[in-house]
Design a protein. Structure first.
Length: 72
C-alpha cells in the first residue's frame, strides 16, 4: 500500500490530501481543482509518494486537469 500526500495551493489556503490509492488521490485532487475559479489557475501542487512513478503520473494528471480547465 502506497501513501500519497497531495497539497494544492488555493486562494483560501493549502488543501492537503492523504490517500492510499492513486485513483482516490487523483479524484480528490481533481475535485478541488474543478471547484477553483479559473482566475486561480494554474495553481501550485505538490505530491509526495515513495513510488516516484505514481507521483509523476499523478502530477501529470492534475496538471493536465488544470490545462484543460484553462483552455475552455
Amino acid at each position: 500500500m502506497v501513501t500519497i500526500s497531495v497539497m494544492i495551493a488555493t486562494p483560501g489556503g493549502a488543501r492537503i490530501l492523504a490517500h492510499s490509492l492513486e485513483r482516490e488521490a487523483a479524484l480528490a485532487g481533481e475535485s478541488i481543482l474543478r471547484n477553483l475559479e479559473l482566475c486561480a489557475l494554474p495553481t501550485a501542487l505538490w505530491i509526495q509518494c515513495a513510488d516516484l512513478a505514481v507521483a509523476l503520473r499523478l502530477s501529470g494528471y492534475l496538471n493536465g486537469v488544470q490545462e484543460e480547465m484553462i483552455a475552455t
